[in-house]
Ligand binder design. Sequence first.
Ligand code: CA
Ligand code: CA
Length: 588
Amino acid sequence: MITFRVIYLLLGALVLAVIAASTGVRAEGVTKQDILNDQKTTTDVLTAGMGPRIQRWSPLDKVNKENVANLVPAWSFSFGGEKQRGQESQALYRDGVIYVTGSYSRMWAIDARTGEEKWQYDARLPEGILPCCDVVNRGAVLFGDKVYFGTLDAKLVALNAETGKVVWRKELGDFKAGYSYTAAPLIVNDMLVTGVSGGEFGIVGRVDARNAETGELIWSRPTVEGHVGTLNGKPSTMTGKVNESWPGDMWKWGGGATWLGGSYDPDVNLIYFGTGNPAPWNSFMRPGDNKWTSARIALNPDNGEIVWGFQTTPGDGWDYDGVNEFIPFDTEVDGKTVKAGATADRNGFFYVLDRTNGKFIRGFPFVKNITWAKGLDENGRPIFDPKFRPGDPTKSSDPKKGSSVFAVPSFLGGKNHQPMAYSHLTKLFYVPSNEWGMDLWNTPVTYKKGAAYLGAGFTLKPLFDYVGSLRAIDPTTGETKWEHRNKAPYWGGVLTTAGGLVFIGTPEGYLKAIDDETGKELWKFQTGSGIVAPPMTWEMDGEQYVGVTSGWGGAVPLWGGEVAKLVKYLNQGGSFWVFKLPKKLAAN
Ligand code: CA
Ligand code: CA
């Protein structure tokens, strides 16, 4: 005989099953389709960049120009620990939980309603790790039932998203040779796609694709000509040809680190990665273009082959790298819609390329007073000014130091890792740029495993009474519509929303909301330490939230020369901040 209690339980189970089916909760985990839809679905943030095209655009408009002045903190979460340093991570959100990474390869899952910790994961880092530019991490990715991130000892870690327990851990490279990892991984189809860091130690850059479930390597593609890739456990093809654009053995320690992660465009089924400087910095030791360093490359996800490459700084002699994010977007050229992509290079030029074939569409400077190049030619190749390439030490009266030049921008770049955003409303890119130069000179150097492989010395200098310049750039004309200046360098990245807002943090500690059309500051909040991470936004219980990591650090205090001295009063920290409108206003 069926009791009322059994009927009650059966009904309860039925209701739960219906809820699970309608909301896709947990059982399924994050699917391939969820990743592709990430930009559109405002009730979750599964990827760094808020979608595989990493446009950092949110269709949410509940917080907007009219009400943003009322934004208040909902909660703040301390990362704790004795050691803090730079916090460059964009957080993720799903099913009421925030996932955020921090310095020294840590991750937290936090209740998004209360700010209470659910779990913490600490990578036990060995002695002797070699991060070049602070102990940062730039974020994770959610897929299936797992959350993935990379660590400073060059490991890739898959954690159970519910418990924080390690499911698998794979090596990306030998940390003793200078390999490390700081970028957020990318999900493409069912694969986890990553790069490597370590260009200042003469490592060789790669893009790897793994089975996301098991961590097993599917393909690996070296970025430096002469190195052979792998596919399904076997050698595949060589990148370029030996000595095509590299002299002698220099390609063996050639750099080209893929340290900033990538983007993916499902329309053309290509993965885009940037590649760092050729190693060493002293360009007289490796005459030639040094492919594919300081470039953007497009890869076929099915086999890891390079479909096209575009070098922004061939034969780079300034550590301009070429790692900055490549953002797919569609634009008009001669009245026709073109599948394009945009990137703002460390070298100070903004490029629009055809993302199907890498052809140069247009390019223009996005910072002032560039010295190292007189401009770009019709193919987008820089027109070098030889006066501003640091001299060859072997031709100097002092064989330990070549002639010094004052190059603009500095090697920390017209824009560094801090990501720009693309607005679907204004069709503008919001570029967190910096105005600075450097004295730069070459020195002799030989490759030694695990030792810095620069062959250069430098001092960074400001150019004006500000360094940071957030620019609203029209990619069709190169016009800067407005500029929002900041005394310290911008180092934290941008989010733009359908509310007509541009969110950006400053090293001085403010999270700001700026009018996307005028550049006018509409709101700011002091988070207690410098912001060097990109903001994100999501919808929960019908309300819009904005989150940002706070904690001053990164490359500027370490390598910023005279600029570092200007900002040495800034204090370190480590916390995650969440903002919302007061309930009364949010309901309107
Ligand atoms: Ca989403
Ligand atoms: Ca570099």
